[in-house]
Design a protein around this ligand. Structure first.
Ligand code: ZN
Length: 246
């Protein structure tokens, strides 16, 4: 099975559309969505509606989704993120609130697990360094794990027999070989708000038979999203960062 791997869409409809068009052209058989469907961006209902209709999709929630439906305290969010959550709450339909509330924040599949933050702290921990990767290894339920949350395309790996833990950034078109006997934790980067100084939407394709992950980047109409964000009076820093990829 070829599976499209998406994280941190953040209500960015033009980015989501470009990614899904490419994944359709790649003839994927299914989808993994690693949470933060909403928050920051200006199209929350529209993005959820499209994601709900994806065939063979496993979808989990992230911290922004929970905040949007008032299950996560936003007092620890920064000011701009909090403003965007309050705006999201004001526009989310009842049906979409119920849908987000029905989703899990961690899924264990046989071959892999999926979680928004980290295996030991599913909603809130940022998996961004080797120390945190090693501390999460006991909480892994499979040798392959997909995470989101940091908005950075990252690959963590460690051979199970006497291996040394390592991590690195993953570039567009790079192919990871997910060999047996090694632990692999992969963040596909963010569809809707990349933070690795590359403004293009970030995602990937997992081949569950070949045991490969292909990293992908696609440009989308950032200006269109920014115009809509200005119309909705979302915070200027959130508007600017899309073009900078930070
Ligand atoms: Zn996020």
């Amino acid at each position: 099975m070829k599976i499209g791997v998406l994280a941190d869409i953040h209500s960015n409809l033009p980015a989501l559309n470009v990614v899904l068009q490419d994944l359709a052209a790649e003839q994927v058989d299914g989808y993994l969505v690693l949470g933060d469907l909403v928050g920051y961006g200006p199209y929350p209902n529209e993005c959820i509606e499209i994601l709900q209709k994806l065939p063979n999709a496993d979808i989990i929630v992230g911290n922004h989704d929970w905040a949007a439906i008032e299950l996560e305290d936003i007092s620890l969010f920064n000011e701009e993120a909090r403003q965007a959550i309050l705006w999201t709450r004001s526009v989310l339909s009842k049906e979409m609130i119920e849908y987000l509330g029905s989703l899990e924040y961690l899924l264990n599949k046989n071959q892999y697990m999926m979680v928004h933050g980290s295996p030991r702290d599913p909603l809130d921990e940022y998996l961004v360094n080797i120390e945190r990767f090693e501390k999460n290894i006991p909480a892994l339920k499979a040798d392959i794990c997909f995470v989101g949350h940091s908005h950075l395309p990252l690959y963590f790996f460690k051979q199970k027999e006497n291996g040394t833990a390592a991590m690195r950034a993953v570039n567009d078109q790079e192919i990871l070989n997910l060999a047996l006997g090694t632990i692999h934790v992969i963040n596909p980067g963010s569809v809707g708000q990349p933070r690795d100084h590359d403004a293009r939407a970030s995602y990937g394709i997992f081949d569950s038979q070949a045991l490969t992950f292909v990293q992908k980047r696609k440009a989308y109409d950032i200006a269109m999203v920014q115009i809509r964000m200005r119309e909705q009076q979302l915070p200027p820093s959130l508007i600017d960062r899309l073009a900078e990829g930070i």
